[in-house]
Ligand binder design. Sequence first.
Ligand code: NAD
Length: 490
Amino acid sequence: MMEVQTGVREVDLYINGKYVKASNGATFAVKNPATQELIAQVSAATEADVDKACRAARDAFEQGPWRTMTVAERCAKLRRMAEIILERKEEIARLDAMDVGKPYLSTVHHEVPRAANNIKFFADFIEKQGGEVYPMEEAYLNYTRYEPVGVAALITPWNVPFMLTTWKLGPCLAAGNTAVIKPAETTPLSVSLLGEIAKEAGIPDGVVNVVHGLGSVVGTALTTHPEVDLISFTGSTSTGKRIMKNGADSLKKVSFELGGKAANIVFEDANLDKAIPVSIQAAFMNSGQVCLAGSRILVQRTIFDEFLERFKKAAMELIVGDPQNEDTKMGPVVSEAHYNKVISYLEVAKEENATLVCGGKRPQLPDYLQNGYYLEPTVYVQENHQARICQEEIFGPIVTLIPFDTEEEALKIANDTEYGLNGVVWTENLQRAHRISHHVRAGTIWVNCWFVRDLRAPFGGFKKSGIGREGGHHSLEFFTEAKNICIALS
Ligand code: NAD
């Protein structure tokens, strides 16, 4: 295990190229969810601080060189930013392990390199973009330019703080916009580094700003601010609704990545040697705190008993422990409030007569983790797919197995949800794979795999799982305004 820096950090706001305290000196505490140890005191932005950050971003947009420099110059700085992220990947992963509770090893090997690639990808991608030309016979020529929109509020959740922020920041900056970032108040540590990383990469002051604090205060100030033109938000469906209302008066453009309750459908002809380990990952990665989690596992009745036995064994073998340890596969959930929400579903499951297969209690842990927000990987069987544990996003290490008999029944259960972020299908039958993929109402369907991402592909949700798409040209469409120019030729 690498040495982890201990002690309480001071984390400040990053406004117009400088780290600053909140104007009223207020701070809030951040704890390590594995131990409840205090790890940071974070400056809590006031409305006046948010105003300063938005105005700095506006000035940098209107006057600064960011919007007007050549695309090549802008992209060189973004590529440098990506390199710095990789140079600091251990530090970033340690911080995410410390305030989110996510296992260090997968963070350093997967999430942080993906974060660097989010920035580099959009720098490379935008350099290859063109516009359209519409000639009107010999008389006129129309051509289209894609210009930056202005100041973007980038609001992100606590489950994947650093990677998800760069997923927005990459296209936002590549297109020439400026940004005010608001990370979740529970997990502000890694995102706070983006200020100094941007500075070191040569990105002008005011282009990247970071404000911390409660969603109800800082988020509201940001989403109602007159200088903010567009909001890219990832978080819960209920917050998305609030942001939409708050942004309505100033007609802000919005892109929302919201909650999910994916069906992971396992047919009798599935290759279980692949389906079981990947379904375990889809259920318990990041302690189940993943919007794409396959938290409803629909299993065809003919293979139900075999699947259940093998899935249970694999769940019970997962090593739960200190996120900083390299053999840990699952850490705690993120906070006391979230832990209380997650474990409240143990009671709900009991009241709804679900059958507990394994888990449902605190794991055996060393003394120093006794105060951590831990729950064993927990598996239920529930015949009634309308039960609350099959409908609500628990966002913890709790999954439900639901038996089905026919393809039609599987589809009906899969689609009987208010969410539509993603779905997973396990079958060796090509026609069935396509059929099911076409009829599950969700933004991404993975067949015989899960969480494989191509950054060019659209990502987003049907129904209450979101508005708009991110990825490749979909992200650029959001972060640009299309302008048509019409020239008279005679
Ligand atoms: P949340 O909605 O509580 O918070 C997300 C962010 O919004 C935080 O920064 C929070 O401070 C801020 N916020 C809260 N109230 C606000 C307000 N009134 N105005 C503006 N901002 C406000 O979500 P969470 O609990 O941090 O994250 C978990 C949720 O995020 C889950 O529902 C999960 O499915 C979803 N999520 C979705 C995706 C996706 O890509 N679809 C990815 C990750 C997480």
